[in-house]
Design a protein around this ligand. Structure first.
Ligand code: AMP
Ligand code: MG
Length: 338
């Protein structure tokens, strides 16, 4: 199969929408990362997503919508908190897990009776959903396990020949996947995956907001978890990623100097001084900048032949938790604490 490269023009979005209506796979930009889309209602198309990605069948897909009318067609109940959140955070990087209707086949939801729903804010994504008329099931458009793609080139690197088309919308703004939440009851928000929308952002909407333990530690492959995606190793480049929890830059630098391993790189903050012994790249100074650049840097480090990467540890509060979580999962939750 030849993968067509499309732009965000009206004609190209129409061509992509037609491919989706015919049951084909199209990768498209969102504000978080690139998604690998298919009509969420078609079992055959959704199965093709799992095959193209090499994704485990029990890892559910997020369904992308462009209007509240579309939501009514696919979920059976929307709690009042979800209504308020939709009003304030959609379109945007927040996914809500809700009870599904039969229009969404069980292959889309990884066998669950709930489905994750998001209204993305990227204009090309919204337009693609609107023109196709399809709720679009879309996981990140990478091969399962690799870093999520934040450019159309990353999508091609992983998916060329496996999908019908990719729409090029440039570098994604947010850079990490959406915040995924579910509702334990009418007053409790349970954060399954951290993203740009933080626990602090959600606190005004519910009596209780808490973050799932799988965000902080490795979950056994056979464990029963609230969010199946959290148990799989994820987001990792080929290079071995080692987060170093150092009290300051000097301690970090001294540790790296003492290791003197080959093909070693460092991933530093922008404000860190230069290091002479080891090649370095940087990923910003706050959670927003780090989220924007993390996956891009992972892929660049592989291209540069890095085998081992020591990484300055991000913070854990607010949106920074999304970066911490992706980094820890790329590292298999192993950290060097100085
Ligand atoms: P991705 O498609 O790669 O962004 O991954 C989507 C993630 O959202 C999954 O790996 C799950 O962790 C989570 N998710 C999606 N739907 C559900 C659901 N119905 N219940 C729990 N978690 C979900
Ligand atoms: Mg993914």
């Amino acid at each position: 199969m030849k993968t067509k490269k499309l732009q965000t023009t009206t004609e190209d979005i129409q061509a992509a929408a037609e491919l989706l209506r015919c049951g084909e796979l199209v990768a498209f930009p969102t504000e978080t990362v690139y998604g690998l889309g298919a009509d969420a209602r078609r079992e055959d198309s959704v199965r093709a997503i799992f095959a193209a990605k090499g994704r485990p069948a029990d890892n559910p897909l997020i369904v992308h919508i462009c209007s509240m009318d579309m939501l009514d067609g696919i979920v059976s109940y929307v709690p009042p908190i979800a209504h308020s959140l939709a009003k304030d955070f959609w379109p945007g990087p927040l996914t809500m897990v809700l009870p599904k209707k039969d229009t969404i086949p069980s292959v889309t939801s990884g066998g669950l009776d709930t489905v994750g729903i998001r209204m993305p804010s990227h204009p090309a994504a919204l337009e693609l959903i609107r023109v196709s008329g399809c709720p679009i099931a879309a996981p990140s458009a990478n091969r399962s396990g690799s870093p999520s793609p934040t450019t159309a080139k990353h999508v091609m690197d992983d998916m060329d020949g496996r999908i019908s088309a990719v729409i090029d919308g440039g570098l994604c703004e947010v850079g990490v996947e959406s915040t995924v939440i579910c509702f334990d009851d009418e007053e409790t928000i349970h954060i399954l995956r951290p993203g740009l929308v933080s626990a602090e952002d959600l606190e005004p909407y519910a009596a209780h907001v808490y973050v799932d333990e799988a965000v902080f530690r490795q979950i056994e492959a056979d464990a029963k978890v609230a969010s199946p995606g959290m148990k799989y190793r994820h987001y990792a480049p080929h290079a071995k990623i080692i987060p170093v929890d150092a009290p300051d830059f000097m301690a970090f630098e001294a540790f790296v100097a003492s290791q003197n391993a080959e093909d070693t790189w460092c991933l530093l903050f922008d404000s860190d001084p230069t290091m002479s012994e080891v090649p370095c790249t940087r990923y910003g100074d706050n959670g927003k900048e780090q989220a924007h650049l993390l996956f891009l840097r992972f892929r660049e480090l592989d291209e540069q032949g890095a085998k081992l990467v020591y990484v300055r540890m991000p913070k854990k509060d607010g949106a920074d938790l999304s970066v911490y979580n992706r980094l820890m999962r790329a590292a298999g939750f192993e950290v060097i604490k100085l």
